[in-house]
Design a protein around this ligand. Structure first.
Ligand code: ATP
Ligand code: MG
Length: 463
């Protein structure tokens, strides 16, 4: 149906919406078989993934008149508004009631699932039953709603809308780049990887922002550099660029500023080197842009679908510790500014010990086995694992010092390295993984084999 052309990608979701639109538009066909159209549809998912857009397309494709209700009035008046919307829809049946952002209807009382607004919606839905009024709603957080409201019979269908991934993300990026004047270095595949997990709204906005930077520069074309500037702006909440490095406001002296940049370069190069050695292609971006004006460095990772959760936690824990390990490698003592990395590594390792029992079942954590003794044993085991992983990070760095230094030098020069640039450096270096596989990463590989076996059993139940 052409009404759905505005939704780029999302073919499975579109198919489902088309089917519902057909039920609503051609209800006679369904009635001939004694079938009713689904009683209602609830679209749920993170902000900006296209729920309102999809609802709009569905309403247009249904050919029905829609009565829209959004929270735009104080509580008392809003209850009347809800009732009025349903009444109008009933008088104009066949029709659609569209409750956009329904989980915000009771936002002054968000923990209270029995808020008056939800009770009102529920009783209105019951009242229009059998009156040919289709109820369509969108929400971010389905848990905020009373279960009685979202049950089948009130909302017969629920559809989860996730952020676009893979081919869908690429299609949306291409759609928003279409018709713009682009430089040859615009790399759509890389943009899709960098923004994996981000909403459609964020993709749309960042591409537009890149165009705003290009226009402000009076450039003929939008370049990858404009896009990266827009990306960093959204990450840090303000525009940062290389000019900031001349700004010493944040530091007391030039030499202090230079040391901070140097340390951040080695720190980020440590994260990138260790992560790339363990899982090639895992790092999407390393940046030290804006460090002299007080911004932290940044290393970001793609979600590696093939890595199972336990493997991924180990990989991220070793990678997190690699920043401090890199500074120790350079100057003999672990650097400052790694406390967030340590917090992250401790959290991940503690989860692995409590949930995955990597140090034995006796340390399995559960609310029923909560004793001081157990807690202190878990803490000791966590600290020991962190030390082991920290040593692994250092070992990887010294085994791959050529790669580590090349990443650091390129980062110092360019301030920002993209995944293709990191891969180009990697391909020039001799990467030591063999030794790691046998010694350093023995347990990682063993775990993967175990998980592979588990996966095979699930895929081929007869074996
Ligand atoms: N599949 C898509 N293809 C192209 N653009 C999309 C797609 N989905 C969403 N967009 C664009 O992203 C922006 C946000 O979409 P929308 O308002 O529908 O999100 P939402 O899920 O309703 O967000 P919220 O939960 O915050 O209300 C809009 O500009 C929309 O056009
Ligand atoms: Mg919306």
């Amino acid at each position: 149906m052409k009404e759905f052309d505005r939704i780029i990608g999302y073919s499975a979701e579109k198919k489902e919406l088309e089917q519902i639109a057909d039920c609503l538009r051609n209800s006679d066909v369904y009635k001939k078989l004694g079938v009713n159209a689904p009683g209602g549809l609830l679209l749920y998912g993170e902000p900006g993934v296209g729920k309102t857009l999809m609802s709009d397309c569905l309403i247009k494709a249904s050919g029905r008149k829609a009565f829209v209700c959004r929270k735009n009035k104080p509580n008392g008046e809003f209850i009347n508004e809800i009732t009025k919307t349903f009444e109008q829809a009933k008088e104009n049946a066949p029709s659609v009631v569209f409750l956009d952002d329904m989980d915000k209807f009771a936002n002054e009382d968000e923990r209270h699932r029995d808020a008056e607004e939800y009770v009102t919606v529920q009783s209105c839905i019951d009242e229009i039953k059998g009156k040919d009024v289709f109820v369509l709603a969108t929400v971010n957080d389905i848990q905020r709603l009373p279960r009685s409201l979202t049950r089948a019979g009130r909302f017969d269908r629920r559809l989860e809308i996730n952020a676009p991934r893979g081919a869908d993300a690429l299609e949306i990026i291409s759609h928003y780049l279409d018709g713009k004047s682009l430089a040859e270095n615009i790399d759509k595949q890389y943009i899709a990887r960098l923004m994996e997990g981000d909403s459609c709204a964020k993709l749309e906005t960042l591409i537009n922002e890149a165009g705003v930077y290009a226009s402000f520069d009076r450039a003929d074309k939008i370049t990858m550099e404009h896009f990266m500037r827009a990306y960093l702006r959204s990450t840090y909440g303000r525009d940062i660029n290389d000019d900031d490095d001349d700004d010493d406001d944040y530091c007391n002296s030039k030499s202090e500023g230079k040391k901070m940049i140097d340390d951040t370069v080695w720190h980020e190069a440590g994260h990138a080197t260790v992560s790339e050695v363990i899982y090639p292609g895992s790092v999407t971006l390393v940046s030290v842009t804006g460090v002299s004006s007080g911004k932290s460095g940044l290393t970001s990772y793609s979600n590696i679908n093939s890595i199972l959760p336990l493997d991924y936690s180990k990989f991220r824990a070793v990678g997190s510790l690699a920043g401090a390990a890199a500074i120790e490698q350079r100057v003999g003592v672990p650097g400052n500014g790694a406390s967030r990395d340590f917090d992250q590594a401790f959290d991940m390792v503690r989860d692995m010990i409590e949930d995955d029992c990597i140090c034995g079942f006796h340390l399995h954590g559960s609310p029923y086995r909560n004793s001081e003794n157990l807690n202190s044993s878990i803490e000791k085991a966590t600290a020991a694992k962190i030390e082991e992983y920290y040593r692994k990070a250092k070992e990887i760095l010294s085994l791959n010092s050529e790669f580590f230094e090349k990443i650091a030098r390129a980062l110092a020069e360019k301030k920002l390295l993209t995944a293709p640039e990191i891969q180009a450096i990697r391909s020039e270096c001799n990467i030591e993984r063999r030794y790691m596989k046998e010694e350093t990463y023995g347990s990682f590989i063993a775990d993967r084999r175990r998980s592979d076996r588990r996966r095979n059993r699930i895929l081929s139940p007869d074996r």
